[in-house]
Design a protein around this ligand. Structure first.
Ligand SMILES: C[S@@+](CC[C@H](N)C(=O)[O-])C[C@H]1O[C@@H](n2cnc3c(N)ncnc32)[C@H](O)[C@@H]1O
Length: 318
């Protein structure tokens, strides 16, 4: 309602609206439902909802070639050597629902963890779900401007982890510089991000051209920024951002969904397009999106879906 009032309460015929920082998209949907508004673009980060957490857990649980015990945080932990040291102070960048943050906080030798996320909704959700101890704190912030926004985080951490976040913004260098600034000397970071081709991104691109949806999706940007170079090239980028020792490699993250309903629930939370499509068309959109996604993955028609997320893993020491 606030945005409506801010814009003077009057929409003109044919209005084309950008909702900056649209969050869950609730407002965006309210705007698009107004008769005289012709389209709204709300670039959403990710909205917490029922389906979101299972997807993230699946990401972490099934990893080709790796045998990590902890879901979700498995490889980020392993990347930072698999061992937490006594007194570790950890930052979880792009903590989302906070599941990973909570797992880290549960480790005995970790002294404290801060989960940071740009989405206020995610932070609210994490706070309500994971109020486990004084060891965990969740704060809202943009990793690309973190030290400016929260100067108290400068030089504060022995470890920084980040899962599936760095592919959500373009300015990865600024984010890396902020991560370095947050680490104390000798501190380590471990970052996972989607890399090169991503079937979700590919399905989104095809849906932008889909006969039934292309008009509604005009100008929609799915917000994924996939680094185009090699891991060695990315390692060079990381070095220029305040790190001395850097390792980078690419690997596949195999994701498994147990049913079509799980799949839809998960992507209902992830697909920003649903913020520009009226709610009464969401099921049809999800159906078409899934059809396109299945074709990309040569899906055999069964209820279980297994697909691959090519990923880039970064470990670096300040
Ligand atoms: C795919 S989710 C991953 C969540 C969590 N790390 C996990 O493993 O479940 C990516 C998260 O990154 C957050 N994000 C995107 N851009 C960000 C930024 N510039 N600064 C901080 N968080 C950001 C999103 O809001 C979202 O919650």
């Amino acid at each position: 309602m606030q945005t409506l009032t801010l814009l003077d309460g009057h929409w003109k015929d044919g209005d084309v609206v950008l909702n900056v920082g649209c969050g869950t998209g609730n407002e965006t949907i309210m705007i698009v439902e107004m008769d005289n508004v012709s389209s709204v673009i709300g670039n959403v980060y990710a909205a917490p909802c029922a389906g979101y957490t299972p997807l993230m857990q699946t990401f972490g649980t099934i990893l080709s070639g790796h045998d990590f015990e902890q879901p979700t945080s498995g490889y980020t932990l392993a990347l930072s050597d698999g061992h937490w040291k006594d007194g570790d102070v950890v930052l979880d960048v792009g903590c989302g629902t906070g599941d990973e943050t909570k797992l880290i906080a549960e480790m005995d030798n970790v002294s404290s963890v801060i989960g940071v996320d740009i989405s206020p909704q995610m932070i609210e959700y994490a706070k309500t779900q994971h109020v486990i101890s004084k060891k965990v704190e969740y704060i809202q912030g943009d990793v690309c401007r973190l030290v400016e926004e929260h100067p108290q985080l400068s030089n504060h951490f022995t470890k920084v982890v980040s899962f599936s976040c760095f592919n959500w913004f373009e300015n990865q260098k600024d984010a890396l510089k902020n991560v370095s600034a947050c680490l104390s000397d000798g501190g380590e970071c471990a970052i996972h991000m989607s890399y090169k081709s991503n079937p979700v991104h590919d399905a989104n691109v095809q849906m932008n051209r889909h006969e039934q949806w292309k008009d509604q999706l005009q100008g929609f940007n799915d917000g994924l920024y996939l680094y185009p170079g090699s891991p060695a090239e990315f390692a060079e980028v990381v070095k220029t951002c305040g790190f001395t020792d850097v390792k980078c490699y690419s690997d596949d993250v195999i994701t498994k969904m147990h049913s079509t309903e799980d799949m839809k629930d998960s992507f209902r939370a992830i697909l920003g397009q649903l913020n520009v499509i009226p709610p009464n068309q969401h099921e049809d959109f999800l159906q078409d999106w899934l059809h396109v996604f299945d074709k990309i993955n040569s899906h055999d028609g069964s209820e279980t879906r297994i697909y691959n997320i090519p990923s880039l893993f970064v470990w670096a020491r300040k």
